[in-house]
Design a protein around this ligand. Structure first.
Ligand code: RB5
Length: 147
């Protein structure tokens, strides 16, 4: 899979560890995050990953900021994006199975590296279940179309 990853200043080290982990799983990773701890604004990074995923330039995205929240809020402003913040493996699995999340986000100040890897792995290995979950996603996108 082609995976786009973005991060702010809270997480260049964690980002590179996740890039290595994903490449080790055989994925192609595009880095569009920052590589220093100099303070930066996360919304542009969330938007960039969101736009790439929505346009099909990447199969899915990984976003990291302090909590995972700010950067995912920005990504979710892009039509077609379903970015989900996860701090545990069960949520990571369910956001794919039920919500067909196309971006997973987590917080470098919230989860440790091993948990972050487990989250990414659980998300990538899970499969969307469709059916009633697709109906609900369709409803979410109808809301989006009315905005
Ligand atoms: C940066 O200090 C922090 O606010 C940001 O990484 C993120 O946690 C926002 O949601």
């Amino acid at each position: 899979m082609k995976i786009m990853i973005g991060n702010d200043h809270t997480s260049p080290d964690m980002k590179w560890e996740i890039v290595k982990f994903l490449e080790g799983m055989g994925h192609e990773v595009i880095n569009c995050g920052v590589d220093t701890t100099k303070s930066c604004d996360y919304p542009q990074i969330g938007e960039k990953v969101g736009r790439a995923v929505a346009a099909g330039k990447a199969d899915c995205g990984v976003l990291i900021c302090g909590t995972g929240v700010g950067i995912s809020l920005a990504a979710n402003k892009v039509h077609g994006v379903r970015a989900a913040v996860c701090s545990d493996v069960t949520t990571a699995r369910l956001v794919k199975q039920h919500n067909n999340a196309n971006i997973i986000a987590f917080g470098a100040r919230i989860v440790g590296l091993e948990t972050a890897k487990d989250i990414v792995k659980a998300y990538l290995e899970a499969e969307f279940e469709g059916g009633r979950h697709q109906t609900r996603i369709d409803i979410i996108h109808e809301i989006e179309e009315r905005i």
